[in-house]
Design a protein around this ligand. Structure first.
Ligand SMILES: Cc1cc2nc3c(=O)[nH]c(=O)nc-3n(C[C@H](O)[C@H](O)[C@H](O)COP(=O)(O)OP(=O)(O)OC[C@H]3O[C@@H](n4cnc5c(N)ncnc54)[C@H](O)[C@@H]3O)c2cc1C
Length: 443
């Protein structure tokens, strides 16, 4: 690393990827500057405490047992976790009827997707012998071929493209879907509560962990309110323009969503393949809403608060009540085009639609919450969608090799670049650590 610069390495973005990268680099003795556009760290982790202390996680919230990178950080920074409540039965609404289990044809298609996904190499999906075929078709067209029953196709689409990738099946390539499944240990783990990806929450939320990670970095490392809009780069290093700051460094790790990485001005411009990649990696969209009640009234009816619906305004719900309250919370999720349609309705109408559906699932008390909270990640200038970005049909085979390949002194991190738990906090941490290792190896 060279002297006479503001830092050895500039990290762009203080989400989990950027913070993890900064930790690895600082731990190895490098001088690091982190430029963060917002006035806070944590990125897509955002926790709000209601006046009575009830914790709402407006962004990401869960960690699962096989998310080893996050587990290690949680342990290291002394953050406590608690299991997602599962008191009682889940509600499964299949085409307007409450059923005990999904039809066999639905579960058979889940099984087939899972089986195919295990063939996909998560570090290079474009190398699979079927990659071109699977990349060139959407999950929707694959489902149309596999079943003549539109309800079956819609259910599988909602549970996979929707609930996991926050996309419509017509926007998700089969290859991207399979990659996502294999990167997250398969459908059962991805969709599961106890033992699955929705196993535990963090006391204080993931933002508490992000705050502790930031506090453990050397003083002055993180620059808040420093949006990076331009990066000049060459063999000798880079100059990063971050708000009023001009940061010089030997190397840069860009740890932000690809859709935003593509909006930075690079001088010289990035190679066409890298630029083409960010043009084709749009963010999905999920609308997550929280209805707050005095009591978890659904539990008295033997219901867990967990639901899945094959149709209707809400795809999924979950009991998000923290242990010991003080209030009870039902959190709902809407995905893809359904979410975009809902967010364009006036706030009062939107709230009524969500609460009416909750009443249908759990009882009339759901119509009268003491509070109702939404957060629109699509409208956030420093996120612009959620849960994460996905390569469009055809893009893995055309542009996939550019996903992680450094461009000179520029390195790429962020959950969208992860090979394991892509789209999740765990993938963000993996990506930051991987990019830091690249920088350290470059000397
Ligand atoms: C509603 C929702 C629910 C989710 N649920 C879960 C869950 O339960 N479990 C789970 O594991 N994951 C979940 N996720 C996904 C998880 O939040 C993300 O995978 C993870 O936070 C991504 O981290 P990151 O560091 O890659 O990106 P980000 O968190 O997006 O961090 C990027 C940072 O860069 C900053 N930035 C952007 N552009 C610039 C710029 N030009 N200059 C400087 N700074 C910039 C941003 O402000 C941000 O702080 C969810 C996400 C959402 C939104």
């Amino acid at each position: 690393m060279q002297d006479g610069r503001s830092a050895d390495v500039v990290v762009v973005g203080a989400g989990f990827a950027g913070l993890a990268a900064a930790h690895e680099l600082a731990g190895a003795g490098a001088r690091v500057a982190v430029a963060e556009a917002r006035d806070r760290v944590g990125g897509r982790a955002l926790t709000r405490l209601l006046p009575d202390g009830t914790q709402l996680d407006l962004g990401g919230q869960w960690v699962g047992p096989s998310q080893h990178e996050m587990r290690e950080l949680i342990e290291r920074h002394g953050v406590r976790t608690y299991p997602t409540p599962e008191h009682g039965r889940a509600v499964v609404d299949y085409e307007g009827a409450l059923v005990d289990a999904m039809p066999a044809e639905v579960t058979a298609l889940y099984g087939e997707l899972d089986r195919l996904s295990r063939e996909v190499p998560a570090d290079a999906p474009w190398t699979h012998p079927q990659a071109r075929c699977w990349d060139g078709r959407t999950l929707a067209s694959w489902l149309d071929e596999r079943t003549s029953d539109p309800a079956v196709a819609r259910t599988v689409a909602r549970q996979t493209a929707g609930a996991l990738l926050s996309l419509d099946a017509a926007d998700a390539s089969l290859l991207e879907t399979l990659f996502y499944l294999v990167s997250g240990d398969g459908l059962d783990v991805l969709a599961g509560f106890a033992g699955g990806a929705q196993s535990d929450r963090l006391v204080g939320g993931p933002q508490e962990l992000a705050g502790r990670m930031a506090a453990a970095l050397p003083a002055g490392t993180i620059h808040l309110g420093a949006p990076v809009r331009r990066i000049e780069h060459g063999a000798g290093g880079a100059v990063v323009h971050a708000g009023a700051l001009r940061l010089e460094a030997a190397r840069v790790i860009v740890a932000i969503p690809p859709v935003l990485a593509g909006r930075i001005e690079y001088d010289p411009p990035l190679p066409p393949r890298r630029d083409g990649l960010t043009q084709r990696m749009a963010a999905g969209y999920a609308l997550k809403t929280h209805a707050v009640y005095r009591e978890p009234f659904w539990r008295a009816r033997g219901l867990s608060g967990i639901s899945f619906s094959s149709a209707g305004v809400l795809t999924e719900t979950v009991d998000n009540t923290p242990p010991g309250g003080p209030s009870a919370v039902l959190t709902s999720f809407v995905y893809g085009a359904d979410a975009h349609r809902l967010r364009t309705r006036p706030p009062g109408e939107r709230r009524r639609a969500v609460l009416e559906r909750l009443a249908g699932l759990f009882g009339g008390e759901a119509r009268d919450p003491v509070d109702y909270v939404e957060f629109d990640w699509c409208a956030e200038p420093w996120t612009r969608g959620c849960f994460s970005g996905h390569l469009a049909p055809g893009a893995w085979t055309g542009f996939g090799p550019a996903l992680r390949a450094p461009v000179g002194v520029l390195h790429w991190a962020g959950t969208e670049t992860a090979t394991r738990w892509n789209g999740y906090f765990d993938g963000a941490v993996q990506s930051g650590r991987r990019a830091a290792a690249e920088v350290l190896a470059a000397g």
